[in-house]
Ligand binder design. Structure first.
Ligand SMILES: [Mg+2]
Length: 223
């Protein structure tokens, strides 16, 4: 697939829409990032829901300064194709859902690494359109969906992204899909109305149920 920077460039069909985050939802992030750190002699200590301030030198336990941590995150994005892999069943679940819905990836990462990410997703057959942006996700989903008379679902592991979409697209079903990593025990809880899912199997069941209910409600009443 080609790279898309602007939601207005994505042509949706007349079907339900699934907008999905990528890092720690479709592609594993925190676990391979921790392995990457260890390969460089660093260690991430999951003692709060932040990377900055929680990465230390294995040799002497000293805390890496914020600029170094930011540089490591950028380097990891640059090298993501060597480290990141999809979660189990993510690919087949998305391929299955794509038979009934449009799927768009919405990833919060510097656009400079978007081509690398595009190639990585394509390698796993995840050829759905992708938007890479560092702006708030709510306005992007709003522009994508545009008040279409179709159900829309948004999946993310971060409460702030779910809140952003809730604010701009109140009719959107919000699914909180978090990886089973220790650091997520410190993650802020998602807001009211957000549906938690433990894995892609549970997320798929929630999505299919939601589409069915919405479709059933739109059917004309029988006399
Ligand atoms: Mg994420």
């Amino acid at each position: 697939m080609t790279l898309v920077a602007d939601p207005d460039d994505i042509r949706l069909s007349d079907r339900p829409l699934i907008v999905s985050d990528i890092d720690d939802v479709v592609l594993q992030f925190i676990d391979p990032f921790n392995l990457y750190l260890e390969s460089l002699g660093h260690r991430h200590l999951p003692r709060s829901f932040r990377l900055h301030g929680n990465i230390v030198s294995i040799a002497d336990g000293s805390v890496l300064d914020d600029a170094r941590v930011s540089a490591l995150i950028q380097d990891f994005y640059r090298l993501q194709h060597d480290w990141q892999r999809p979660f189990e069943t993510a690919c087949e679940t998305l391929q299955s859902l794509a038979k009934a819905a449009d799927i768009v990836f919405l990833t919060a990462m510097p656009p400079v690494y978007a081509a690398t990410r595009r190639a990585l997703l394509d390698r796993f057959g995840l050829t759905f359109p992708m938007i890479a942006t560092e702006t708030a996700k709510g306005p992007v989903v709003e522009r994508l969906h545009g008040g279409r008379d179709q159900p829309v679902v948004f999946l993310d592991d971060m409460a702030r992204n779910l809140a952003s979409v809730a604010e701009r697209v109140p009719e959107c079903l919000l699914i909180h899909l978090k990886p089973p990593a220790a650091v997520f025990a410190f993650a802020p809880p998602a807001g009211d109305g957000v549906v938690p899912a433990r894995d892609w199997a549970e997320a798929e069941a929630i999505i299919r149920s939601h589409f069915h209910l919405r479709q059933a409600r739109c059917q004309p009443e029988k006399n």
